[in-house]
Design a protein around this ligand. Structure first.
Ligand code: NAD
Ligand code: TDX
Length: 339
């Protein structure tokens, strides 16, 4: 399939977070015809440094909240598409305090959909495989676009709610929407609260890595650059009203990932602590991305997980000034939770 008209002006929400900022870099590097406006509230998870240094004629930053309808009235007209990444994204935080998740993930999506409807702007919604709940370790199936929604955590239930709003706004009001549900991302600019950066930066600061439960929970890892290319593919070639699952066949259990990190960083294989499990901890996620690959011709490029992990470890080693300011508060919060 060939690319239908590449959008000239896109509004990227959450473009100062981990995956959103990697997408902004991807667009700047690969699609010179597209201008990006980043809308980000700069919560604890947003960092303007993630997009600093990008050419001013390609990327404009607007500091603001997706729940601010007046701001959206001023900002959305003139854009060809909204790519909606902004969210409260961390499961452990949603268990400690669900309220911001309801506001940003549900109300924020509602506000953006209303703006997309009012100004007839194409809308792409970034979601997660967690809306499908979890699989048993020995289940031969993986998630597909037909898997029923069965979210487990306050985080994933608010993401599921936001997906359902998108479907309703497409069907009822004709909003030109697509949805993608992606598996666990890794790469640069990921907050140190998340599994892989937490363990790398623990080792770099002399703290022992922490593994939840029995360490056998499985995540389906994808490099964030592959997520970006998949989103661009769906934005430009996807069928309106459709959902596409994004994954790179990267299933691994947590203890295997941790042992890889320990080995690459020259640590003994047992140099970590077992800690309290996450309440309601999903056992396994696994994505079947056949629809995206066969219908739109997308394929991941970063399929060597070990190599991607080594590059990610190198990035955190070389960018201490990026993560050090957030490390102590993040670990203090985990310590309070017994994790
Ligand atoms: P993140 O927490 O790193 O970044 C979220 C960004 O959104 C931050 O920059 C934050 O400041 C901004 N934000 C939060 N609330 C806002 C608001 N009310 N208004 C404007 N901006 C706001 O998150 P991430 O890991 O980059 O995830 C991005 C998206 O991808 C989310 O929608 C998430 O559900 C989805 N996703 C994440 C993963 C993953 O592995 N991290 C996997 C699949 C899908
Ligand atoms: O210190 C830790 N030790 C540990 O064993 C942390 C922080 C996590 N874990 C485990 C829990 C999970 O099984 O590692 C796995 C990954 O944990 P997270 O990084 O918190 O990710 P997860 O809960 O799987 O959700 C992520 O992928 C799907 C993103 O945070 C979500 O935004 C996305 O939707």
């Amino acid at each position: 399939m060939t690319e239908t008209c590449a959008p000239k002006n896109i509004l990227v929400t959450g473009g100062c977070g981990f995956i959103g900022s990697n997408f902004v870099h991807y667009v700047v590097n690969n699609h010179p015809e597209t201008h990006v406006t980043v809308l980000d509230a700069l919560t604890y998870a947003g960092n303007p440094a993630n997009i600093a240094g990008l050419p001013a004629d390609r990327v404009e930053f607007v500091h603001g909240d997706i729940c601010d309808a007046d701001l959206l009235d001023r900002l959305v007209p003139g854009h060809d598409a909204i790519v909606h990444y902004a969210a409260e994204s961390h499961n452990d935080n949603s268990i400690a305090n669900p309220e911001p998740f309801l506001r940003t993930n549900v109300e924020g999506t509602y506000r953006l959909l209303e703006a997309a409807r009012k100004y007839d702007v194409r809308y792409h919604h970034i979601s997660t495989d967690e809306v499908y709940g979890d699989l048993a370790l020995d289940d031969p199936n993986r998630f597909t676009e037909q898997t029923p929604y069965h979210p487990s955590s306050p985080y994933s239930s608010t993401k599921a709610a936001s997906d359902l709003l998108v479907r309703a706004w497409h069907r009822t009001y004709g909003v030109r929407a697509t949805i993608s549900n992606c598996s666990n991302n890794y790469g640069p600019y990921q907050h140190v609260e998340k599994f892989i950066p937490r363990q790398i930066t623990n080792i770099l600061t002399g703290i022992r890595p922490k593994l939840y439960g029995d360490g056998l929970n499985v995540r389906d890892w994808i490099h964030t650059d592959d997520h970006s290319s998949a989103v661009w593919t769906i934005l430009t070639k996807g069928r309106i009203g459709e959902t596409y699952l994004i994954g790179a066949d990267g299933e691994r259990n947590n203890i295997t990932v941790l042992r890889d990190i320990l080995e690459v960083m020259g640590q003994p294989a047992d140099a970590f602590d077992w800690v309290k499990d996450r309440p309601g901890h999903d056992r396994r996620y696994a994505i079947d991305s056949t629809k995206l690959r066969t219908e739109l011709g997308w394929a991941p490029e970063h399929t060597d997980f070990r190599k991607g992990l080594e590059r990610t470890i190198a990035w955190y080693t070389e960018h201490r000034d990026w993560w050090e300011p957030t490390k102590a508060t993040t670990e203090a919060r985990y310590q309070q939770q017994g994790q």
